[in-house]
Design a protein around this ligand. Structure first.
Ligand code: FAD
Length: 382
């Protein structure tokens, strides 16, 4: 027996759950297909288990895309305040951590439970452990699944990006876009730790675990946040942020002493003074590695080096460690009002599979909610 729907949503992550719930609540008959046994696995591990579900200050500048204007319309029509209202309705406690980032007080499970409750309220048919084997389209979409065929007037692709394969990530969304002739912007790991070359690992590897505030820059982008040395390279919020802009083979520019003028320190006190400005281990290592103290310390040289550390990373930790995927379904192919493919009526792409990638800080979830909302509104017209 074939199941018939107004809309089938593929992928039970943040965007898919929210879109299915919104369309269902507006009276559409909706199916949500998730290939793994549980929806929302990435939501549960997000924000260290507390889900940084949005940011109080959202602007198109907080996103990367081949078309930086594309996200504006959807972001304006579904704001962080709209999402916060939903949390209030569900009595979910939350707090602002830093830089406008909102987190659940208790656990990301609260957020997932809210989305599932909303799906139930919208009478969404949730099909978990369901594999899609083929999608075809004539006047309607026909979706062949491991539970038999389903058909629908609209198909919403919310299968996410390539990051963290163990949470269920697949290239399905990109493959489906290609099947329908849509262009893809090349994908790359974003919000990802960067690795050292062999020589830099030998120099800095022992600083693994040391964290310090830096300004990380690449081109016109600057992020003043914490940086963490790891045994393989660099991580922490400043590095994750700049990694989305970094291009292989290019240097990363780091100010390791933001706002501190070290050039006037008395040379005979360089070691002591630097230990007051930086974590002790880092100060010691920098002085030793750079031989700044031979024969007389040049504080000016130390100051310049620390303010303008230029390091060429060997690469990134890849999709296994990347929080998101950059690139994706080209925004040229989609309506910025509805997320519908211009050439394929009824086919929508939402969330991370689209070439819109947010900064660290709740922006990727906000894009998932806003793009899902735009599509759900379009599904409910007529
Ligand atoms: P996903 O949430 O990835 O959902 C896609 C779903 O589709 C998955 O359930 C997957 O199993 C399913 N799927 C895949 N292929 C198929 C298929 N062929 N058939 C059926 N189903 C399929 N962002 C923030 O804003 N704040 C945070 O705090 C935050 N923390 C993060 C922490 C980690 C460790 C990671 C990895 C990411 C984090 N992110 C965070 C990013 C955020 O989780 C994603 O941007 C967001 O989940 C994207 O939503 P989505 O619905 O597009 O994709």
């Amino acid at each position: 027996r074939r199941l018939t729907y107004d809309a089938i949503v593929l992928g039970g992550g943040a965007a898919g759950l929210f879109c299915a719930a919104q369309a269902g609540r507006r009276g559409r008959k909706v199916a949500l297909i998730e290939h793994s046994d549980r929806p929302g696995r990435k939501i549960l591990i997000s924000g260290g288990g507390r889900a940084n579900f949005t940011n109080l200050r959202v602007d198109a500048r907080n996103f990367l895309s081949a078309n930086p204007h594309f996200a504006k319309s959807a972001l304006a029509r579904f704001t962080p305040q709209n999402f916060v209202e939903l949390l209030r309705e569900h009595r979910i406690p939350y707090h602002e951590k830093t830089l406008g980032q909102l987190f659940c007080d208790r656990s990301a499970q609260d957020l997932l439970t809210m989305l599932l409750t909303e799906c139930s309220a919208g009478h969404v048919d949730l099909h978990t452990s369901t594999k899609v084997t083929a999608v075809t389209r004539d006047t309607r979409f026909r979706v062949e699944t491991s539970r038999g065929p389903m058909d629908s007037a609209a198909l919403v692709v919310a299968t996410g990006g390539l990051s963290i394969p163990k949470t269920g990530a697949t290239a399905f969304g990109y493959d489906l876009a290609r099947q329908f002739g849509l262009a893809i912007e090349p994908t790359f790991p974003a919000l990802v730790p960067l690795t050292f070359t062999k020589a830099d690992t030998a120099r800095w590897g022992e600083l693994s675990g040391v964290s310090t505030e830096v300004i990380a820059s690449h081109g016109k982008q600057h992020f003043r946040e914490k940086m963490l040395y790891t045994h393989r390279g660099l991580s922490g919020p400043a590095i994750l942020q700049i990694s989305s802009y970094w291009k292989p083979g290019t240097p990363l520019n780091l100010d390791l002493l933001p706002g501190v003028d070290f050039s006037t320190a008395p040379p005979h006190e360089a070691r002591k003074q630097l230990s007051l400005k930086l974590p002790q281990r880092m100060a010691e290592r920098w002085l030793d590695v750079e031989s700044f103290t031979q024969p007389v310390p040049s504080v000016k040289k130390i100051d310049t080096r620390l303010h303008q550390w230029s390091v060429v990373p060997a690469g990134t930790e890849g999709f296994d460690k990347a929080e998101v995927t950059g690139g994706g379904v080209s925004t040229n192919e989609l309506s910025s009002q509805t997320m519908e493919a211009r050439q394929v009526p009824g086919l929508f792409f939402i969330g991370e599979v689209v070439d819109v990638t947010g900064w660290l800080g709740g922006y990727n979830f906000q894009w998932a909610w806003a793009s899902a909302y735009a599509a759900a509104q379009a599904l409910s017209v007529g």
